[in-house]
Every structure is written in structure tokens, then in C-alpha cells.
Design a protein around this ligand. Structure first.
Ligand code: HEC
Length: 196
């Protein structure tokens, strides 16, 4: 139902009411049976049309709002699924879970910056927060590496020393400084963001 129809019906109702009262004032014979009956029928029809119009208009607006809300929800859902797949983690993150599953890649990016990894490593997705050159560019060296390798590189950096970079430079203390949850988040973030 179009909005303008509703206004037209409403306007016509006002017009008919005015005409009827004018006729009533002018004519001494008013209300004569014929005029009254015809007028009442027209008024009734217009009232009915306006009421239907109002209801349909309200439903229409409600429907639009629902649609908007649904679209917004769809987008968030799609983003969640994409992030979950990229991180190789379950789509439903388990808050507080200690296992690698469900660790949030977003959180990992924050841990990366907060722990100071960015002062030695470059990760393009973190922009100016991670442009270090003392350690290897993680976008390059982590391409194709699995989660286990990434985790080992963080908690025991000298287990495998990246080619062309000095061993014993990256702090070996992250395994005890960071919580298991933070390390999981870091691994999720690096496997998703770096190397892709
Ligand atoms: C003081 C500088 C420094 C800091 C801070 C630092 N790293 Fe490193 N990192 C290095 C150096 C140098 C290497 C290369 C030598 C090696 O593999 O141990 C390295 C290697 C790595 C590797 C392995 C790359 C490969 O292919 O072997 C990963 C992964 C890594 N760092 C992640 C991190 C994370 C995550 C943090 C923060 C929690 C961090 N680093 C903090 C200097 C640093």
C-alpha cells in the first residue's frame, strides 16, 4: 500500500465532511433522507479506507525496520563465519576457553601490539603498530606455517631460528609472561593475518 493513497483517502474524508456540514447548514431540508444516506455511505467508505491504509502503512514500516535489522544481523554473521574460518578456529568462540579453538584473532592482534612484538616484527595488517625490522617480517616467514610452528616460535623462539636473523634476540620469556589464552589468541591472529 502506497503512503500517498493513505493521505489521499484522509484528505477526501476531510473534504466530504466539510461539504456535508456546509450542505447541512445551507439546506433547511437537511438532513433529508437521500443526502444523509449517501453522505453516510461515503463517509463510512472513506473511514474504512483510511483505517485500512493506516494499518497497512504501519505494517509496511515495521516490515522495513525488520528487514534492516535482518540485513545487519546477516552481515555480522557472515563476518563472524569468515573470521572463524580464516583463523582455523570454531565459528562460535568459547570465551575463557584455554584451548586454541575459539581464540579470537582480533584479541591476538591486540596482544601482539601490547606485548611489543611490533617493535621487532612487521605485520602489514597492524599498520604502524607493527613495523619492526629486528626480527623477520611475519607476513613473509609465517606463510604456510601451521599453528604448532607459530606457537613454538613464540614460546621457544630459539627452537627454530629464522634464516638471516640472530638467534637469542627474541625474548624467550613469552611462554611464562603471556597467559595460555593470550598465546592462543596470538597464534590465531598470526595464522590468519600474517602470511596471507
Ligand atoms: C627484541 C625483538 C623481538 C621481539 C620483541 C619479538 N621478536 Fe619474534 N623474533 C625476533 C627475531 C630476531 C626472530 C628471528 C630469530 C628466531 O627465529 O628466533 C624472531 C622470530 C619470531 C618468529 C618465528 C619466525 C620464523 O620463521 O622462525 C615468530 C613467529 C615471532 N618471532 C613472533 C613474535 C611474537 C608473537 C612476539 C611478541 C609476543 C615477538 N616475536 C617478539 C625478534 C623479536
Amino acid at each position: 500500500m502506497d503512503e500517498s493513497l493513505f493521505y489521499i483517502a484522509g484528505g477526501a474524508l476531510v473534504a466530504v465532511t466539510l461539504i456535508l456540514s456546509l450542505v447541512g447548514m445551507r439546506s433547511g431540508r437537511f438532513p433529508s433522507g437521500n443526502v444523509l444516506a449517501a453522505g453516510l455511505v461515503v463517509v463510512f467508505l472513506l473511514v474504512a479506507a483510511t483505517a485500512v491504509g493506516a494499518v497497512e502503512l504501519a505494517q509496511h514500516e515495521q516490515g522495513e525496520k525488520l528487514e534492516e535489522a535482518n540485513t545487519a544481523a546477516d552481515v555480522t554473521e557472515a563476518e563472524d563465519t569468515a573470521a572463524g574460518q580464516d583463523a582455523g578456529a570454531a565459528p562460535e568462540p568459547t570465551p575463557g576457553g584455554g584451548s586454541g579453538e575459539g581464540a579470537s584473532a582480533d584479541e591476538g592482534g591486540k596482544v601482539f601490539v601490547a606485548a611489543g612484538c611490533g617493535s621487532c616484527h612487521t605485520v602489514a595488517s597492524l599498520g604502524s603498530d607493527a613495523q619492526g625490522t629486528i626480527g623477520p617480517n611475519l607476513d613473509t616467514v609465517l606463510a604456510g606455517q601451521d599453528d604448532a610452528f607459530i606457537e613454538e616460535s613464540i614460546v621457544d623462539p630459539d627452537a627454530v631460528v629464522a634464516e638471516g636473523f640472530p638467534g637469542g634476540t627474541m625474548p624467550a620469556t613469552y611462554g611464562s609472561e603471556l597467559s595460555p589464552k593470550e598465546i592462543d589468541a596470538l597464534v590465531a591472529f598470526l595464522s590468519q593475518s600474517a602470511g596471507s
